[in-house]
Design a protein around this ligand. Structure first.
Ligand code: F6R
Length: 605
């Protein structure tokens, strides 16, 4: 969850680290710090609570030249948000930054008699002291012995006081990418910090030691043999990770959705049908399975809920959706005829990764829908369907959600076709309907001002409910998550028919209700539920298709989305729900892109 960067080379390390930390801040923003090798060899640590801007202020008068250093933005796990707990941590000759959790830090504290030495409450400082006590002048040997002692997940970047100009790194689970560039050698938890310098990079292999010097990046396995990790290339540039005139990344990313959808769908259409030959996914994967598990977290899981609502009735095979952190404990029924679809924007979410590993071990085929190329989930899955959303920087997921849906819709269509549940003609019509959502999304984006006005009454209230039936219920879940995570308004989603089994007790004129009714076959029932909440005084925002016949006095605000086919309404609806959350956060004066307590990539359990 934390952001990590290391640099050694001819340029100013301080400048590169601080700029890199700004790029990585979305990974964690409780506190930030850097350690720079100054004056030949002395390692100087500057760290503070708060955002990278605070750290920049602290560093603004530092004039000492420095060409090697490491930097960190923290998302607190062990120990509160204090300067002592911020990284880098120093222990004797070792200075390090860490992303992950060292689970056995208690035992290590006892084993190495560290009680009196620790100045922080972090597992990372314990790790630094353990490494220092194992260090006898040979960094690789010390790191090898060090990782034998550790249980948990980690990405470490390490400076040894007697090795100026060198950075060592190792990871297990937590991501690290590295590159040698004309500007020097650079390592980071995330590509966004690397792309200003290079498009070519390597994913640091797990349990291998990386040594960065100003002239090269070398990688060794734990037996000391040099390895040659594959060099990958990113297909987006720095522009994609900038706001480009938008006030927030979130708004920019909402606007990018139509283009991202085209990038995800169009290369996979051949003769009007979805075709995954270039992705290396054979039809047998879809033909042979007798059940489907969909596993993901948060927004990605909500995309899975939409897919399930379409998939099971169409394919007539059992389809379940699980929250990844629960999947392991559900003792799921898995066999070699199970297809597990894993959904993850980052491809690094630890719970999702663990769930995928469990499914694989139990014999399931795994198909990952992932945005970040070369991420752990993408590498470990049997098959990958990359979404092409480009980097998503705002913590609240928007474009990643719509491209996940687009990829899932393509899967559903191909699966229905190869299983004989849709004819060629029906599949081509499905694809055409899918492409029709692109102008529908554009139309909703153009209407953002209307949505801004409509949100005003919402922001004065502490609670909100989202209601809908069937597919509309699946969309509601995402609407509620979006609103709560960036506006801090307590929001919950309910299956509209379930409301009167308890929750309607909470409805009053103080509680706005966002009702989604886009499915024709249950429209009348959904509208009855809207009447029920209206009768209890709720301020109702109703979202329907343009052609839907609803009494104009039914709702306080009525938003019409374009008339796309019922199966596809999620795409324009997603835009509306994202804009509701965006403007609610904006009108409350909150930090839209970096809401409190959150981080973009959840790499701890
Ligand atoms: C919410 C949000 C999160 C993520 C979740 C999974 O806006 O972004 O709920 O969807 O943390 O992340 P990925 O998709 O990276 O596995």
């Amino acid at each position: 969850m934390c952001g990590i960067i290391g640099y050694t080379g001819p340029l100013s390390a301080r400048k590169i680290l601080l700029e890199g930390l700004s790029q990585l801040e979305y990974r964690g923003y409780d506190s930030a710090g850097i350690a720079c090798v100054e004056d030949g060899a002395a390692v100087r640590v500057t760290k503070t609570t708060g955002k990278v801007a605070e750290l920049k202020k602290l560093c603004q008068n530092d004039r000492e030249e420095t060409h090697c250093g490491i930097g960190h933005t923290r998302w607190a796990t062990h120990g509160g948000v204090t300067r002592e707990n911020a990284h880098p941590h120093q222990a004797g000759r070792v200075t390090l930054i860490h992303n992950g959790i060292i689970e056995n830090y208690h035992q290590l504290t006892k084993e190495y008699h560290l009680e009196g030495k620790l100045v922080s409450q972090t597992d990372s400082e314990v790790a630094a002291w353990v490494l220092d006590s194992l260090y006898d002048g040979d960094p690789k040997a010390a790191i090898r012995r060090f990782v034998e002692k550790l249980e948990g997940s980690y990405g470490f970047c390490i400076l040894f006081a007697d090795r100026p100009g060198e950075i060592y790194a190792i990871r297990r689970v937590s991501p690290l990418v590295a590159a040698y560039t004309r500007a020097g050698s650079i390592i980071a938890s995330d590509l966004t910090a690397l792309i200003p310098y290079t498009k070519k990079y390597m994913v640091v292999p797990e349990d291998q030691i990386v040594k960065l010097t100003p002239y090269q990046v070398r990688v060794f396995d734990l037996d000391g043999r040099e390895t040659q990790p594959e060099i990958l290339e990113v297909n987006w540039d720095t522009d994609a990770a900038m706001k480009n005139g938008f006030p927030h990344f979130m708004l920019k990313e909402i606007h990018e959705q139509p283009e991202a959808l085209k990038n995800t769908i169009l290369p996979r259409i051949s003769k009007g049908m979805p075709d995954f030959s270039d992705d290396g996914i054979p039809d047998e994967v879809f033909k042979q399975c007798s059940q489907v598990h969909i596993v993901a977290c948060g927004t990605a899981m909500h995309a899975g809920m939409v897919a399930r609502a379409l998939m099971e009735p169409l394919l007539r095979v059992p389809v379940s959706v699980s929250i990844a952190s629960e999947f392991r404990y559900e003792d799921p029924l898995i066999d070699e005829k199970t297809l597990t679809i894993i959904i993850s924007q980052s491809g690094e979410t630890i719970d999702t990764l663990a769930a995928m590993r469990l499914a694989k071990e139990a014999g399931s085929k795994t198909l990952a829908v992932v945005n970040v190329k070369g991420s752990t989930i993408a590498r470990e899955s049997d098959f990958v369907l990359y979404t092409h959303a480009g980097p998503e920087i705002a913590v609240a997921s928007t474009k990643a959600y719509s491209v996940q849906l687009a990829a899932l819709y393509l899967i559903i269509c191909r699966m229905a076709y190869v299983r004989g549940k849709m004819s060629g003609e029906e599949s081509a019509a499905f694809v055409k309907d899918l492409l029709d959502v692109i102008p529908a999304m554009e139309a909703m984006i153009r209407r953002k001002e209307e949505i801004r006005q409509m949100v005003r009454p919402l922001v004065e209230k502490p609670d909100a409910f989202f209601i809908g039936r069937n597919l509309d219920y699946a969309f509601s879940l995402e609407g509620a998550l979006k609103l709560k995570e960036i506006s801090y308004i307590h929001a919950d989603a309910y299956a509209a028919g379930e409301l009167k089994h308890g929750t309607i007790a909470l409805i009053s004129d103080e509680v706005p209700v966002i009702a989604i009714a886009t499915q024709e076959r249950i429209f009348a029932k959904s509208i009855s539920n809207v009447r029920e909440v209206k009768a209890r005084g709720a301020y109702v925002i109703l979202i329907t298709k343009e052609s839907a016949q609803a009494d104009e006095n039914l709702a306080d605000v009525h938003i019409h989305i374009p008339d796309v086919h019922d199966r596809f309404t999620v795409f324009p609806i997603a835009v509306v729900l994202q804009l509701i959350a965006y403007y609610a956060s904006l009108l409350k004066g909150l930090d839209v892109d970096q809401p409190r307590n959150l981080a973009k990539s959840v790499t701890v359990e």
